[in-house]
Design a protein around this ligand. Structure first.
Ligand code: AMP
Length: 112
């Protein structure tokens, strides 16, 4: 079982921001910005590359709810998903990074 599935199963603790039947948002353990959270589907998908486009409809709504709860919709935020080796993906469970709380426009490529 992958590490994010273990988080969904509560075998590994997490700092939850928001949860729904389908998705979970929690704080990244190694934040790259003042606000750095991860949004994952509870169901396992290896990456963005293998999902059906329909998943993104509900995931987008959930991300908007997360951004509202964090109070960053006006100030702005960045969504990133890394895919495969060249994309720098380390955890093989689809996740979106949400970076905010400061100017995050230059963070691409800085973290890895
Ligand atoms: P990626 O490189 O896109 O696969 O991102 C994986 C992210 O998961 C990294 O930013 C890690 O800091 C984060 N991460 C790994 N393990 C945990 C954990 N147990 N709880 C929270 N975040 C984690």
């Amino acid at each position: 079982m992958c590490i994010f599935c273990k988080i969904v199963n509560k075998d590994i603790p997490n700092n939850t921001v928001l949860e729904s039947d389908e998705f979970l948002c929690f704080h990244d353990i190694s934040p790259a910005a003042k606000i750095h959270v991860l949004i994952i589907p509870k169901k396992h998908y290896d990456s963005f590359d293998v999902i059906k486009p329909e998943l993104m409809t509900n995931m987008t709504k959930f991300i908007h709810e997360v951004a509202s709860q964090l109070g960053v919709r006006e100030s702005g935020y960045r969504i990133i998903t890394n895919i495969g080796n060249h994309g720098g993906q380390e955890v093989q469970h689809l996740h979106m990074h949400l970076l905010a709380g400061e100017y995050v426009g230059k963070l691409v490529g800085d973290k890895k």
